[in-house]
Design a protein around this ligand. Sequence first.
Ligand code: ATP
Length: 305
Amino acid sequence: MIEVEGLIFDYPAKRALDGVSFSIAPGTVTALVGPNGAGKTTLLRCLASLEVPYAGTVRLGGIDTAEEPRRARRLLGFLDEFFGLYDDLTVFRCLLYWAGAHGVPGDQAQAARDAATRLGLGDRLEEKAGGLSRGLRQRLAIAQAIIHRPRILLMDEPASGLDPEARAGLADLIRGLQSEGMTVVVSSHILAELEDYSSHMLIVDNGRIVDHAPIGGREPGHVPTRRLRLVLAGAADPSALLAGYADVVVGPDGHSATFDFPGDLAAQAALLRDLVGRGLPVAALAEDHGSLQDRYLEKVRAART
Ligand code: ATP
């Protein structure tokens, strides 16, 4: 769905992208991560054909963005890191404007209301964009970016400024968009949140791709594999209990372990029931959220040595 080949982008005194190549499959959610100044925003802007690279190609759905930018952009929704809104328009008018600009078929007013509801703005349709708080402005910008139901959605730091409830809502939204078949690329520094909904991680550092890999088998159509952490009370040893699971790593304390669990929440609940039913002193069985962060740090450090 997204194919990038040999991308080079120069600012006057800085090479921001230095031979970037990767491809992203349809229906995936890619977490674009990297240190400050790594080149994430520049890469997203090149994908959106808002910047013209010095060399290399970007294809969206097979369309070369340099040759046919208008056709390629029809596939796209884009949330810029520093977006602008029409401050004198109401939320409803902003969304109606974008529905019109994108040529949304059918009832555009209904599309505007639906997008507002999806982002929790259904009760603010008549408020002016200029009077919204930072987080509500962010939500309106996201609603604008998805109103035409694009096949590809690029979002630069969408969680910035959102309150915890809205962040959880954003994760639900992204999972929902993926289930509708949308291909999503989202940049953020909040790895624990990205881990909740991303199927792949693309790490950029100093203008180069450092790593690009699926996150724990979350590609569409696969049984989700998640990294779980089992903690037993006292001196109990978890390794024998987890012998059937892949990549079991026992903690230094000897009574906790992380392992790859190939199942959903219901399967996790069944495992917990089984362990407790056998009289084992289970203190915790939960997703191990440190793993994406650990892998990120490991890859970025390895790239610098
Ligand atoms: P952050 O996480 O801080 O948002 P980023 O990964 O999005 O960073 P970019 O904004 O793409 O990084 O910047 C990549 C490099 O290009 C940085 O070294 C930055 O200083 C430089 N750069 C970005 N915009 C410009 C510009 N307009 N003129 C000159 N250099 C720029």
